[in-house]
Ligand binder design. Sequence first.
Ligand code: SAM
Length: 280
Amino acid sequence: MISSPDFLALQKLLQERCGMQLTSDKLYLVASRLGPVALKLGLKSVIDLMTELRTRPNESMITAVVEAMVTHESLFFRDAKPFELLSRNVLPQLVRARAAAKKVRIWSAACSSGQEPYSIAMQIREDFAHLAGWRWEIVGTDISEPILARARTAEFSAFEVGRGLSPERLARHFTQFPGQGYRVAEPLRAMTSFRRHNLLEPAAHLGQFDIVFCRNVLIYFDAPTKARALDLISRQLAPDGVLVLGSADSIIGVTQRFVGVPEERGLFRLAPAMGLARTA
Ligand SMILES: C[S@@+](CC[C@H](N)C(=O)[O-])C[C@H]1O[C@@H](n2cnc3c(N)ncnc32)[C@H](O)[C@@H]1O
């Protein structure tokens, strides 16, 4: 049985390192997710790993534990609605606003294995392939290096492409490797890149973005941690940029930095004072 001091130490570690709130009803996750880590580190059990983590932690052990504890669930065109809004409203407006620069940068923050950034790339190819000379840059970031390595391969199993992709999209945007799955086509891969980034740390090195997708990760944070992550994101958003949150993400009472776009659920813009402060 995991001791109370060990559980508290893990709770503190996860909160500090990645913002994850590990409540005691999630004890089952500790056993199932840390079992393979204990085995890999040559420890007899999760209990031994927890004790090591509290009494003799080292960076590689901490990284392995954080990576094992976060949830990577993702799928193509998740929730559909944000992609409809992207296609109907956000991208057409941006194409008009960036007509001179012909460059749009999009950040998929907490992108997991890449389904979100590749879905954004597909939407852009479908809607704007006719625009000549435009640069579309989609940057996917995540705290977990192993999941980013998967995203960079751009390879997905039959099960994964079956979640969210129509047969038409699959045929249009993927190459099939018989018996081995599917690979995202080169034009989409050329638009996307992947970098490790923790949402609790400043993101100035990533540059400024016109659109930020940050979906299904804030749900794991407490209110002050959400506020911190959103504050850091707001610093990277263009004054006329758009933030896209997940359907379960609520920011009411959490931050003053963003305001919801009326009638467009899930879309946010910088609060007027923020936009002015950033352009001044
Ligand atoms: C449930 S997935 C969401 C993937 C995608 N955004 C979607 O909606 O399908 C959550 C991702 O957040 C990442 N994550 C968790 N804490 C993070 C943090 N502090 N900074 C960056 N990424 C984090 C996890 O590694 C995981 O890949």
